[in-house]
Ligand binder design. Structure first.
Ligand code: PGD
Length: 765
């Protein structure tokens, strides 16, 4: 038993604060004592530290050492072990070669991924800082897989993404003021269980319950009943996937026809209603977007649509649109139309009313913002100006030099020779994995730091074992959480794993620029340095402001919050001339002159219903919802105890409706095969009426596990839906990812069941 036994140590993860106790063999985890609804995902830590999936030592792909990796990479790699000193030397030499032969513009360091909570050892910050300070820049990525479309459309039409999603209506306002919540895509508690940087209290269930008890009516508009919790006592409006804009338009049409809209608000706070109204009434295309029109498209009756329009015009109504709606083709449209519908109700900026984009999409939303800054690692300046919208990674690697559109600009894909990935798992997060595999065979070199043998690590040439959060000291904090958590080291690192910071410090030393990266500080000194701006701001405001050592001993620190003042939309409502929105007109843009000048047919200048170009068909009749999992964060710790406890015979569970299951002779527990023209995967069926007929739901995050012997486009035997999803941009405007929705067929699997090997480490020599 080691020295740490019996010591409860404070720590934090993206899915909540907790304490842990490690005796060298087992880990006990107990949630933060003041968290009213801790996430069960904490259970994934208990067996993670010494799991066989952990990476123990640095390795290098043999074919890369022989100069033959490009075009031959696969998931059953022949790795050779190297000492840290050798591998860091090898990597420094390779980085120097690529820089001198091609420059920083040939290195992709976009390296998307959530990695772990902790303000210093945040993997993306570390790799970006290293590439800026010690290497001279890199090709970056912009936006996120979460909010690819909304982050681009919102500034054109209503304002900044952060203000509209995170500094807007709070759960407290909802509990006190809201009469109706129209939740397009719901507000599922599995999503609010996580917040990047961590969270000390899960308050969403309670917020919705208080509102419902006061009499607020919740509407869950979407294909899955459980996208709102039971406590919301919601009315479920099942809607055909991808048709929410048609419903919103019909609600808008009814508001105008029945004279229920707030003309004064629209006239005073918005621009461009006339051209939108022409479209709404079908003046040019001959199709009024009325309730009868929408009924055919959405599957919701015209009577129900008219009733709903009357209802939302009566009380204090809050419209929310989840991330999921915009993670699909033309995803810009529901985000924009939700705002227009709320504007027509005239309640934007009122307590508990109006529009809160993505409320409930993460644990950051519906809360007050801290009044002091949180520790943040400076990333330095990137001297390379090339970038891609994050989800265009395969396009970039497969088409160097090709032009692409983005937000009114025509850009060219760079020619990438080296990919550096730290803290993300593209073979989990990217769409059309068979295409991604071809794309990742294009560069000369792929470098990955990982704590576990994810498919991305298996596909790399140089793999460096990183500590996981429990194995190092850090500070946990998020801009909307009122606690700073001392994330004290719980256990010693597995094998030879090292912190990303130490790896980069070593690499910088080999490149002769250590001081530029470390600034002369070790990681403990960095923690104290990053803490200081928070301490200073607390002291200046007269708050409790202990020095770093005292904070560290206490284990946590309370941070003050800004008042619950409705943010920029309330200020805009109070005085739209003084508090202009950051749109070109300063108003809510129902028609965007700027977007009109781009001339994009896939993103017209006012909200428009655009049906998917890949509708269900006789060959692929089921609409697949590939949403966020409830048993882990993304693919993190998929090998952990809680995630594993929800698998069926080791495979990811897929839900389908009774009607669809009976038609195919499928029962709960059966292994099924999902397939379309892009790929196939196995999963284990759960038959349920909590989702619409015609819809099938397989969450993301099961580690990609290709059949080892398949020659081309292997089936994933574990249940990763991204072998099926489409790798296209939402539109030429935002180029966001379309991972949420695709079409498939599903059949009972009758072949011999292949074993799950996703968590078996490769056997290096
Ligand atoms: P994670 O599984 O969180 O997924 O994609 P993302 O790549 O972020 O990967 C993080 C990795 O970081 C893990 O493998 C973990 O082991 C590693 N890691 C953790 N801590 C450290 C560390 O300290 N150092 C290092 N080096 N590594 C570390 C998430 C992405 O998926 C997101 S944000 C969204 S919203 C998208 N959602 C969907 C979706 O809804 N549907 C589909 N089909 N696809 C999606 N993909 C996107």
């Amino acid at each position: 038993m080691n020295q740490r036994a019996a010591i409860w140590t404070p720590h934090s993860a993206h899915w909540g604060a907790f304490s842990a106790r490690w005796n060298g063999t087992t880990l006990d985890v107990t949630p933060y004592e003041h968290d009213p609804a801790p996430s069960p995902i904490l259970g994934n830590f208990t067996d993670a530290l010494r799991h066989k999936a952990r990476i123990q030592r640095p390795v290098v792909r043999r074919s890369w050492l022989e100069g033959k990796a490009r075009g031959t990479r696969d998931f059953t790699p022949d790795f050779v072990e190297r000492s840290w000193d050798e591998v860091v030397g090898l990597l420094a030499t390779e980085l120097a070669r690529v820089r001198s032969e091609y420059g920083g513009g040939a290195v992709f360091g976009g390296s998307y991924g959530w990695s772990s909570a902790g303000r210093l050892h945040h993997a993306q910050s570390q790799v970006h800082r290293f590439l800026n300070m010690a290497f001279g820049g890199y090709v970056r990525s912009v936006n996120t897989y979460s909010a690819g479309a909304s982050a681009v459309i919102l500034p054109h039409v209503m304002g900044g993404y952060e203000n509209l999603s995170r500094r807007n209506v709070t759960w407290d306002q909802m509990a006190e003021h809201t009469d109706i919540v129209l939740a397009f895509g719901g507000m599922a508690l599995k999503n609010t269980a996580v917040a990047s940087g961590g969270l000390s209290r899960h308050i969403e269930r309670d917020g919705m319950m208080r509102a419902a008890r006061r009499g607020a009516g919740f509407f869950c508009i979407g294909p899955l009943r459980d996208d709102l919790p039971d406590e919301a006592n919601a009315t479920w409006l099942p809607i055909k996937v991808g048709t929410d804009v048609a419903l919103m338009l019909a609600l808008a049409h009814t508001l105008v026809v029945e004279d229920l809209w707030d003309k004064a608000f629209v006239a005073h706070y918005c621009t461009g209603f006339e051209p939108f109204q022409r479209y709404l009434f079908g003046r040019d295309d001959g199709t009024p977007k009325d309730a009868a029109w929408a009924a055919d498209i959405t599957g919701i009756s015209a009577g129900a649509i008219v009733d709903l329009a009357r209802r939302i015009a009566r009380g204090r109504t809050l419209i929310t649109v989840s991330h999921s709606l915009q993670r699909a083709q033309y995803g810009e449209q529901p985000v924009w139309m939700g705002a227009v519908l709320a504007a027509m109700l005239g309640q934007i900026g009122l307590p508990g009313g109006g529009y809160n984009y993505a409320l409930g999409a993460l644990g950051h939303t519906g809360r007050c913002v801290n009044a002091v800054p949180i520790p943040t690692l400076p990333r330095g300046k990137n001297e390379v100006h090339d970038f891609i919208p994050v989800a265009r990674i395969s396009d970039m690697l497969l088409n160097p030099g090709q032009l692409f559109d983005y937000n009114g600009r025509s850009l060219r894909y760079p020619d990438i020779k080296l990919v550096y990935w730290v803290g993300g798992n593209p073979f989990h997060h990217h769409q059309d994995i068979n295409r991604l595999r071809r794309a990742f065979n294009m560069p000369q070199t792929i470098v990955v730091h990982e704590s576990a043998w994810t498919p991305m690590a298996r596909f790399a040439d140089i793999v460096l074992p990183a500590t996981m959060t429990l194995e190092r000291d850090d500070i946990g904090a998020a801009a909307t959480d009122p606690r700073l958590i001392a994330m004290r080291k719980v256990a010693d690192p597995v094998g030879e794993a090292r912190d990303d910071f130490d790896i980069f410090a070593d690499l910088s030393r080999k490149l002769g620029v250590e001081q530029a990266f470390t600034e002369g500080r070790n990681s403990r000194q960095w923690l104290a340095y990053l803490y200081e701006p928070t301490r200073r701001a607390l002291a200046e405001a007269g708050w409790d402001a202990p020095d770093f050592e005292e904070f560290w001993q206490r284990g946590e620190l309370a941070l003050p919050s800004e008042p619950d003042d409705g943010g920029s939309l309330r200020a805009f409502r109070d005085d739209p001339d003084k508090n202009r929105l950051p749109t070109p007109s300063g108003r809510i843009e129902i028609y965007s002159e700027t977007i009109a000048t781009f001339g994009y047919s896939d993103c017209p200048p006012h909200p428009t219903f655009l049906p998917s170009t890949e509708p269900p068909s006789p060959r692929h009749p089921l609409t697949l919802i590939a949403n966020q999992p409830s048993t882990r964060l993304h693919s993190q710790l998929d090998f952990g105890a809680y995630s594993q406890s929800k698998k069926i015979a080791g495979r990811e569970a897929v839900r389908l409706n009774t009607v669809d299951a009976e038609r195919r002779g499928i029962k709960t527990g059966d292994i099924v095969r999902l397939f379309n023209d892009r790929g196939a995967c196995l999963a284990a069926a759960i038959v349920s009426d909590d989702l619409m007929a015609g819809v099938i739901q397989l969450s993301t995050g099961a580690w990609y596990d290709p059949e080892p012997d398949a020659a081309h486009d292997p089936m994933c035997v574990h249940g990763n839906p991204n072998v099926l999803t489409r790798d296209i941009g939402t539109s030429r405007l935002a180029q966001g990812c379309c991972g949420q929705v695709t079409v498939v067929e599903c059949e009972k699997y009758s072949g011999k069941l292949p074993p799950i090997r996703a968590f078996d480490p490769p056997t290096p020599r």
